[in-house]
Write a protein that binds this ligand. Structure first.
Ligand code: HAM
Length: 417
């Protein structure tokens, strides 16, 4: 029997070019998050199944059909994390951090969902994200949104995305709305899709983001949550909107934005794009004041977001931004006697921070071709003449110009061009 050499459906090998983009995204996001006081957290890639099942919601797609759940050899039910928030909430409680609020966490890593794979949607994907725990002021929501805006700007993607926000109100507002929705959709039981019918009693809010055509027509006339918001919830959201206006961050209010996870309340948001086909959500999140308590911790408010690195990487490819720019050089050995000198130069130039290729096979023509293909800007050519005269021959691979110069002038010449 031969080994199946295909990567599992929905998973990918990340090759150097993509890894370069991932590192760039992670480094940029971490740097932006640090400016807001976030520190990095790494939680395990799997948790007890309960951590996700209880918090993300019985009617959520994730819990219902997307979790990678297995029984380990000790008989425990474990689940590969489908998202980061629940694990961080678990850690916040179990690591005894509940007395030291506020705390702000940045994270980056793989997540797992059994979804139908397509462009920008995978079964193992990667998120960067932030969670701010312990602040119940709407200003924390604004700051969280400002951080997402800063990140997208630093990645030069701000003009490729737009922000949608909504409020789900407090628990009382949502209970009130739930009842109204059940009353409304119950009138059309025969027309609802099977999925929406199942959600009707358990979580009617989820019907609002159904993709089914018929459902969508009914949703268009469904009552709006706005009519059920308590005064507190209205004030809370107004302060979020004010804050965004203060910062000049443009957004659209989308009354139908409900998000797919149960832990949200008050502010929810999504940065979307039209450049990635069906997978339009680039970065999404919101407030989750009930989550920590629902896991057995003290009542602690929270707000955060996560973004799919694959989607950011796809967007980066549509922009001009040069990722992790580094000047590339080639040191070319023209005659064997110069081998030692070439080794020294390659070593020295790498210490000065350049990426150096030292082609070791083929004739001169092949070596130059390779340097060209790698995108090297300069080739430093060394033979017996250069060795004897303590010079180097420097060829500009962009223009084809070539000159021989004293060794000590090399670095200045490279730097100046
Ligand atoms: P989410 O909306 O499920 O929220 O995922 C956030 C982002 O992860 C999405 O907007 C998308 O960019 C990316 N993403 C999700 N699923 C996939 C997939 N199968 N393939 C590729 N990318 C994907 C959450 O996960 C929440 N934990 C966000 C949050 C943090 N809310 C508060 N704090």
């Amino acid at each position: 029997m031969t080994t199946n050499l295909q990567a599992v459906r929905g998973t990918r090998d990340l090759l150097p070019e993509e890894c370069e983009r991932f590192r760039f995204i992670d480094a940029t996001a971490y740097e932006q998050a640090r400016r807001y006081g976030y520190g990095e957290i790494m939680t395990p890639m799997f948790e007890f199944t309960d951590v996700f099942q209880r918090t993300l919601g019985d009617t959520s797609d994730i819990v219902n059909k997307e979790m990678y759940t297995f029984t380990d050899r000790g008989g425990d039910s474990l689940t590969l994390r489908p998202e980061g928030t629940a694990g961080i909430a678990r850690s916040f409680i179990s690591e005894g951090m509940t007395q030291n609020v506020p705390v702000r966490f940045y994270y980056c890593g793989p997540m797992f969902r059994y979804e139908r794979p397509q462009k920008g949607r995978y079964r193992q994907f990667h998120q960067i994200g932030v969670e701010c725990l312990g602040i119940n002021s709407p200003i924390a929501d604004v700051e969280c949104l400002a951080l997402s805006y800063d990140l997208l700007s630093a990645l030069k993607l701000a003009d490729k995305v737009s922000l949608e926000i909504n409020t789900l109100g407090d628990a009382a507002s949502r209970q009130n709305y739930r009842e109204q929705l059940i009353a409304y959709f119950s009138k059309f039981k025969g027309d609802l899709s099977k999925e929406s019918l199942e959600r009707l009693e358990k979580n009617p809010l989820r019907i609002l983001d159904s993709k089914d055509e018929k459902d969508r027509r009914l949703v268009a006339d469904a009552p709006l949550l706005e009519s059920c918001l308590s005064d507190e919830a209205k004030t809370f959201f107004a302060r979020v909107e004010d804050g965004l206006a203060q910062l000049g961050i443009k957004y659209t209010k989308n009354d139908r934005l409900v998000r797919g996870l149960d832990y949200y309340c008050h502010t929810v948001f999504e940065w979307t794009t039209t450049l990635l086909g069906a997978q339009s959500a680039v970065l999404a999140g919101g407030r989750y004041d009930g989550l920590i308590q629902s896991m057995g911790g003290p009542s602690t408010p929270g707000v955060g977001w996560a973004s799919g690195m694959e989607r950011l990487a796809l967007l980066l490819q549509t922009s001009e931004l040069e990722v992790n720019k580094i000047t590339k050089l080639a040191v070319i050995i023209a005659e064997d006697v110069a081998e030692g000198k070439a080794l020294q130069w390659a070593h020295q130039l790498r210490q000065w921070g350049y990426q150096v290729d030292l082609p070791l096979s083929g004739n001169m023509g092949k070596k130059f071709k390779r340097a060209d293909k790698l995108g090297c800007q300069w080739a430093i050519v060394l033979g017996s003449t250069e060795l004897a005269q303590k010079t180097v021959t420097l060829k500009n691979l962009r223009t084809g110009e070539q000159e021989t110069l004293p060794e000590e002038n090399l670095i200045n010449k490279i730097k100046l061009n």
